[in-house]
Design a protein around this ligand. Structure first.
Ligand code: TA6
Length: 347
């Protein structure tokens, strides 16, 4: 092979030493730049060799997140019990989204048009953000990872906006799981953009017919099973006997999912996310999803902290922050604290 370099024609053979030198340099850089593991953060390979990060808290709780989709696929308590649902048929093969865990729905939730219904963030490879701006957070957690997503040229064809999406996934000292999203409009020509968003969390439950959700009583919701028409929820806790797909509006910061059989209550705390989606496909839809077991609907419930009814608009330079904090507590948890009216008044 011969190629012209700066007016001088060189043969490939004479280039070998330089190619080797460059190769050795890059190999060294790869070694030094590869993130280093610690007792709290382990960089590993998961299903199909996809890169993942394992977070471990000193008391035994853990979480796993794939760089593909910045997708949390596991969250375990300090007894090693799995708290998130992940389908046994989940496909870990891009560009298919992983079924279960916490898919990130951005820049849209349930939309139509050129984007997939839940956007593209969950179908992209994120990278480790090794130089994040200062992160205002009250957690002293050492078990955290910062990931970043920027649009590819392909993305910009379908969604012509410049953004930086930074996501911190952290395990708190008590095993709480915290996801903090910071999305900044980095457009230089003065163009604002709007988006909708959801943390599409799949909770693992022992039996959907034994689950109650508190905190959404009496609220308005859009029913995805009835053309997204608006209704008002009844006055007591939600229970489940059939398919449900509802977007609750202006919801309180705290929602409780009570698993009677396990005597376990999941508490969802959210900030910057006024809406909450509740979804269970039930039997018919379960059978229609190839990456979901026919009877797996019995063992999961999605309660998704979201911003849907009122899209978020960012001017250039503006940043939006959306926080989700999940905890799992014994069900002696007094449900009275989740009275939406009391919580809405900020008690
Ligand atoms: O969150 C509820 C929902 O919008 C349902 O309508 C259903 O489509 C679900 O999300 C799963 O969507 P996905 O694109 O992950 O298959």
């Amino acid at each position: 092979m011969r190629r012209r370099i700066g007016g001088e024609v060189q043969s490939a053979q004479s280039k070998v030493p330089e190619i080797k030198r460059v190769y050795d340099f890059l190999l060294e850089k790869e070694k030094t730049s590869a993130p280093s593991s610690s007792p709290y953060v382990e960089f590993s390979k998961g299903v199909n060799g996809l890169e993942k990060v394992i977070l471990r808290e000193s008391r035994g709780s853990s979480a796993e997140v794939y760089l593909y989709g910045a997708h949390v696929t596991s969250w375990k308590n300090d007894h090693g019990e799995e708290l998130l649902f992940l389908s046994s048929k989940a496909v870990f093969k891009p560009p298919k989204a992983i079924r279960g865990g916490i898919p990130i729905c951005f820049p849209q939730f349930g939309g139509l048009g050129t984007l997939d219904q839940h956007g593209f963030a969950r179908n992209r490879f994120w990278t480790i953000d090794d130089d994040p701006p200062p992160f205002p957070t009250n957690t002293l957690s050492k078990a955290f990872v910062d990931l970043i997503l920027k649009p590819s040229e392909e993305d910009s064809k379908n969604w012509p906006h410049s953004f930086e999406y930074r996501l911190r996934i952290a395990l708190g000292p008590g095993g709480d799981l915290m996801l903090t999203s910071r999305i900044r409009n980095t457009n230089s020509e003065g163009k604002p953009f709007s988006f909708t968003f959801a943390y599409h969390t799949y909770f693992s439950v022992s039996d959907i017919s034994e689950v109650r959700v508190e905190g959404l009583e009496t609220l308005d919701y859009l029913d995805n099973l009835q053309n997204r028409d608006r209704f008002t929820e009844q006055g007591d806790a939600l229970t489940f006997e059939s398919e449900v797909d509802k977007i609750y509006l202006s919801t309180p910061t705290k929602i409780a999912i009570i698993d009677h059989e396990k005597k376990r209550t999941f508490v969802v705390r959210k900030d910057g996310l006024p809406d909450a989606v509740v979804w269970n496909p039930w039997d018919k839809k379960a059978k229609a999803m190839a990456d979901f077991g026919d009877d797996e609907y019995k063992y999961m419930l999605c309660v998704e902290a979201a911003a849907i009814e009122k899209p978020i608009t960012l001017k250039p330079g503006e940043e939006w922050k959306g926080r989700l904090e999940l905890s799992a507590v014994p069900s002696s948890y007094c449900s009275g604290q989740l009275d939406p009216q009391r919580v809405l008044q900020g008690s």
